[in-house]
Design a protein around this ligand. Structure first.
Ligand SMILES: [Zn+2]
Ligand SMILES: [Zn+2]
Length: 275
């Protein structure tokens, strides 16, 4: 395993669009391209990274809030794209017009290496063809991307245990969702086993998987209709406090934004000033 420190920025997060940037040494990858090319370029500029230096794009699943910007991005940068066979079967159109597309097929439970980064996809319960989350390893650190899951299976918990940092779905507040404007079939979909993780379920999951090393949690994929950042923050803070005051003090909770990046930060830089 490489000694290169891992750094992360959640470039955009929410029901409207998702993208995460991760680097380790000279290795630079984008996880999902669910926002338009202009927003992506602006986010990269804000964190001081050139889009042209990307090495790879990893795609979690085919929903538009994860691949909306992929085709436009591939017209600008020629990098391999990694996705499961099921996801590839759904995003073929994203590669139209990209004659030199390098499509790599990955599978849950089969780790692969990208320069200084080791990437381990894991299967998620979500209403897509073959969705995955990722555990990323570099420099002795572990970063987990776990969004778009109806619930956290025993297997998901096993492979995501003890990470230094989590990008964790806190999609909705159950009461807000129930009382909100969505039609019933959509509410049922979101609340179901193949939907999205609520604040409360995210808190439960975090308590199950976090360990001594866990110091950073990014509250991700918030619904703008059915959640508020303060509700997600409060629910997780309360859960951490229920374990121990020291745990609450150790674990930093970071809000993410649909329209801008979080500062590029070291994974495992507990208590360091991030903003
Ligand atoms: Zn999504
Ligand atoms: Zn999705």
């Amino acid at each position: 395993m490489s000694d290169a420190a891992m750094r992360v920025s959640v470039l955009a997060s929410g029901s409207t669009g998702n993208a995460v940037y991760v680097e380790a040494g000279d290795t630079k990858v984008l996880l999902d391209a669910g926002v338009g090319i202009r927003q992506l370029q602006a986010a990269f500029k804000e964190i001081g990274v050139s889009l042209e230096t990307l090495d790879a794009i990893l795609v979690t699943h085919e929903h538009s809030d994860h691949v909306r910007g992929l085709a436009a991005l591939l017209r600008r940068v020629s990098v391999p794209v990694y996705a499961t066979a099921g996801t590839w079967s759904q995003i073929a159109s994203a590669s139209e017009g990209c004659a030199d597309l390098v499509a790599r097929t990955i599978g849950a439970g089969v780790p692969f290496t990208l320069g200084a980064l080791t990437c381990e996809p894991f299967a998620l319960s979500h209403d897509a063809e073959e969705p995955v989350g990722f555990s990323l390893y570099a420099g002795g650190r572990k970063l987990v991307l776990a969004t778009d899951l109806g619930y956290a299976s025993a297997r998901v918990k096993e492979v995501t245990k003890g990470a230094d940092a989590y990008i964790l779905e806190t999609n909705h507040d159950v009461e807000m969702l129930r009382a909100g404007p969505y039609p019933w079939h959509l509410k049922r979909r979101i609340l179901g086993d193949k939907g999205h993780l609520s604040n409360a379920h995210a808190a439960e999951y975090l308590l199950d998987v976090m360990g001594e090393a866990t110091g950073e949690v990014y509250l991700a994929h918030l619904s703008q209709e059915n959640n508020r950042p303060d509700l997600a923050h409060h629910e997780l803070a309360r859960a951490l406090l229920s374990v121990h005051r020291e745990v609450r003090e150790r674990v930093q909770l970071y809000e993410t934004r649909p329209d801008g990046p979080t500062p590029l930060a070291d994974v495992g830089a507990k208590h360091s000033q991030i903003s």
